[in-house]
Design a protein around this ligand. Structure first.
Ligand code: ZN
Length: 481
């Protein structure tokens, strides 16, 4: 078949790697537009947008491209008003591509492939190879592209474009429309993806499948499982920030009251730690345990396959395994900031703590806040709820969209376990859940534990083999749509 020949061509693979490297070299670093520190470099974002038509000519000849959203790192457009600093005077920086399908009736149920091209900051310090040089190096016997964004998330963006470029070269047209949504401000929880969702909703579009970053093909993440598995996020935890505050009369430190503001706040925080949120296994996590457990041998495998009956036994075991598995079990709370006092000999008039909350998929922001209130049981500690975002609805791990994704993975990596899971981090995908019931979070790259540890840290890199495998998964998925 012509298509398959093109998809495994060695020269094409080499060109694919060069394109990825060209994109990693452009330092599209996301930074907030307020507060101390440097501002985002708008020019880098423009250069990135301008580089794409040169690197992927067929995509840009066959697909329409729109620019939506705001400037890099700009303020919330709705809240700030049209005259706020950073709102666009020209086109926005989030890109939406449309690949028209052969069946016009499918225009309202497109496949949406997402990625973002902004990256978190990096300086040369501590990197084995500079973060924006995109060096192609040999590492542990494999060819590797080194640099910030090689995985998160320019790797995914480039792989999507590469897949479309190759399919166009092979003369392929999808049945339904395919949309590519490339955000510019994911790393600063910006508004680009939201602007696109608003535009799609206005056009009456209900995507039949959305695929964004999230899980990957991973190994060594599940007890007793000695083979890789594809973890596909079908939901993500909710997120909110609580501001806990105690206000009290100040005074001289020589005659303190029974509980100064600082002490009352400290007591509240200790009570919070003493009464963590309830542990349980939500439906998605149970399905993950059953799926991954299907290939675990011995008594452990039996327990996993009968997770419903074994849950009371399993929960304490998972809790003891460490913070990552504990986070799977419940809503988490982390005290991230403390503020109080201005002098060594004066009682503070106020004390404040910030608590970052990640809400389990079967709970709500209101449930989580109520649980915090109950744990603290002190009316003099006021609680402000900032930027609440509910857990995402759960997309089904069955049905045509899921089956196409699973089949695409199986076509490239036969017999690989494909399992749903609850994503712990927040992503742009959550905004798409308001217009689609089939939102999945999965980047089709094989990532080792060491490679995953480099995300948002030093020495981010992707193996060339893993990258090319990802290109093939995206292409296999699109050929089914
Ligand atoms: Zn990302």
């Amino acid at each position: 078949m012509v298509a398959d020949a093109l998809l495994t061509d060695a020269a094409a693979d080499a060109r694919a790697v060069e394109r990825l490297r060209a994109l990693v070299r452009i330092p599209t670093i996301s930074r907030p537009t307020s507060g101390p520190g440097p501002r985002p470099d708008r020019d880098a974002f423009e250069r990135f947008i301008a580089a794409l038509p040169e690197l992927y000519p067929r995509v840009h000849a066959a697909l329409e491209r729109e620019r939506l959203g705001t400037d890099p790192g700009s303020a919330e457009p709705d809240a700030a008003g049209p005259d706020a600093v950073g709102t666009p005077t020209g086109p926005g920086y989030t890109m939406l591509y449309r690949w028209p399908g052969s069946d016009p009736s499918g225009a309202h149920a497109p496949t949406v492939l997402m990625a973002h091209y902004d990256v978190v900051p990096a300086t040369d310090e501590g990197w084995q190879h500079p973060p924006f040089a995109a060096e192609l190096v040999e590492h542990d016997g494999e060819a590797v592209v080194w640099g910030r964004g090689a995985i998160d998330d320019k790797g995914a963006l480039a792989a999507v474009l590469e897949a479309v470029e190759r399919l166009l070269e092979a003369g392929f047209t999808p049945r339904h429309d395919v949309l590519l949504l490339f955000g510019h401000d994911e790393e600063v929880a910006g508004t680009g993806a939201r602007a696109v969702v608003a535009a799609l909703r206005e056009r009456g579009i209900r995507p039949s499948l959305v695929l964004d970053e999230g899980g990957a093909i991973v190994e060594g993440v599940f007890p007793g499982l000695h083979e890789p598995a594809a973890l596909v996020g079908v939901t993500e935890k909710g997120i909110t920030t609580l501001r806990l505050r105690v206000e009290q009369k100040g005074g001289h430190a020589a005659s303190p009251p029974p509980l100064a503001a600082t002490e009352r706040l400290a007591r509240a925080l200790l009570r919070l730690t003493a009464r963590p949120a309830r542990s349980r296994l939500d439906a998605t996590t149970r399905e993950m345990i059953r799926t991954l457990g299907s290939r675990v041998r011995g008594p452990l495998g039996v327990v996993f396959r009968h997770v419903d009956a074994a849950a009371p036994l399993l929960i304490p075991v998972l809790r003891r395994r460490g913070p990552e598995t504990t986070a799977l079990l419940r809503t988490t709370r982390a005290v991230t900031e403390l503020r109080a006092g201005h002098a060594a000999n004066a009682l503070p008039e106020s004390a404040e703590a910030t608590v970052n909350i990640r809400i389990a998929p079967d709970e709500s922001v209101a449930d989580a806040v109520a649980a915090v209130r109950r744990a603290i049981r002190d009316e003099r500690v006021t609680i402000d709820v900032l930027e609440p975002s509910e857990p995402s609805p759960v997309s089904p791990a069955r049905g045509p969209a899921w089956d196409d994704l699973a089949a695409a993975i199986d076509e490239v990596v036969p017999r690989l376990l494909v399992s749903p899971y609850v994503m712990m981090q927040a992503s742009d995908a959550r905004f798409l859940t308001s217009i689609s019931e089939h939102v999945y979070r999965f980047t089709p790259f094989r990532l080792s534990t060491a490679e995953r540890a480099c995300l948002h840290a030093r020495d981010e890199r992707i193996r060339v083999g893993s990258y090319l495998e990802g290109v093939r998964v995206y292409a296999a998925l699109l050929r089914r749509r």
